[in-house]
Design a protein around this ligand. Structure first.
Ligand code: PSU
Ligand code: MN
Length: 299
């Protein structure tokens, strides 16, 4: 077998000089945002990481190779591609063995980041326990990954389309530290507040980095989940986003949307119902997370 990851020149250089690196996922590009805002956002997020003093490493599988760091041309072709696979822990190796192209979810991006020696990763919102999971058993593989792969994942909370209390319970069971930044409440992706208390709070990037080092020193497997609230000027309050979420969930149910298609379907419907407002908020929160992740990586 050849080396499992292909580093971009920018990432290879950053590694050789021991510069801080921040991993970025690609499912948000292919399944989370519409063209061409997805490409603009992917580039802006990379620039945000660079501006905050770190080096971005966007991760995807291209023709069977696991790329850590994409060139501008690779990013553009992925952003425009149709019917790209959405790869998580279960299907990553199969897609690579078949020479396929696919976008990596939070779980698969964590695996690749860890293989490449990258300890910090920025995304929008992780997957979690879906509403109705007591019947569907739909619980994102992102949660299990946080329990076993040592990467600090910076998000704006779990996506508010999920069952947030159940998501917190599962994270606690799995031993994943859930750390809110700058407030006591768990943020809820498009909104700053979920109405739930976050289990932990650390406000400074150095403190978050120190907690990761301490976890490793204890020999505990797994990562940390950092929940960074969307900036106030960009948030959509819960009472505004709530009815759109309910409408999108009802539609997914009546149309029988299931498995991997659920999250992309809900994000797209909420985008339409909100007249694009949900996308603007999503972009703002990802940029905000990229900045914080860069500071944690530098620390
Ligand atoms: N964050 C976003 N948009 C997204 C995602 C995260 O702002 O589209 C993606 C991530 O890749 C995450 C996935 O891992 O949604 C969760 O999918 P599922 O619920 O099927 O596990
Ligand atoms: Mn699922």
């Amino acid at each position: 077998m050849t080396a499992p990851v292909t580093l971009s020149p920018e990432v290879a250089e950053a590694r050789s000089r021991n510069r801080p690196l921040v991993a970025l996922e690609s499912t948000i590009i292919t399944h989370g945002m519409p063209w061409p805002r997805n490409l603009e956002t992917a580039k802006a997020v990379e620039d945000e990481v660079r501006g905050a003093g770190a080096v971005p490493a966007t991760i995807a599988v291209l023709e069977g190779r696991l790329h850590v760091g994409l060139t501008g041309a690779q990013l553009e072709s992925l952003a425009q591609a149709r019917e790209v696979a959405k790869l998580s822990r279960a299907d990553l190796a199969v897609a690579m063995a078949r020479g396929q192209t696919g976008a990596t979810t939070v779980a698969a991006t964590m695996i690749a980041a860890h293989q490449a020696g990258i300890a910090v990763f920025a995304t929008g919102g992780i997957g979690g326990v879906h509403r109705g999971a007591e019947l569907s058993f739909d619980i994102s593989a992102d949660l299990q990954e946080l329990a076993q792969t040592p990467v600090t994942v910076v998000c704006a909370g779990a996506k508010a389309i999920l069952d947030l209390p159940k998501t917190l319970e599962v994270l606690e069971t799995l031993g994943v530290p859930v750390i809110a930044v700058g407030q006591d409440e768990l943020p809820a992706f498009w909104s700053r507040d979920s109405g739930l208390q976050a289990p932990l709070r650390i406000d400074d990037p150095a403190g978050i980095a120190a907690a990761a080092r301490q976890r490793a020193a204890l020999g505990l497997p797994g990562g940390q989940l950092v929940a960074n609230p969307i900036p106030p000027e960009s948030e959509i309050p819960q009472n505004v986003i709530g009815p759109w979420i309910e409408a999108a969930l009802a539609e997914a149910e009546s149309r029988g949307i299931g498995q991997k298609a659920v999250t992309p379907f809900l994000l797209q419907r909420i985008f339409e119902l909100s007249d694009g407002a949900s996308l603007e908020a999503n972009i703002a929160l990802v940029l905000n997370n990229a900045r914080l992740a860069a500071r944690i990586a530098a620390a």
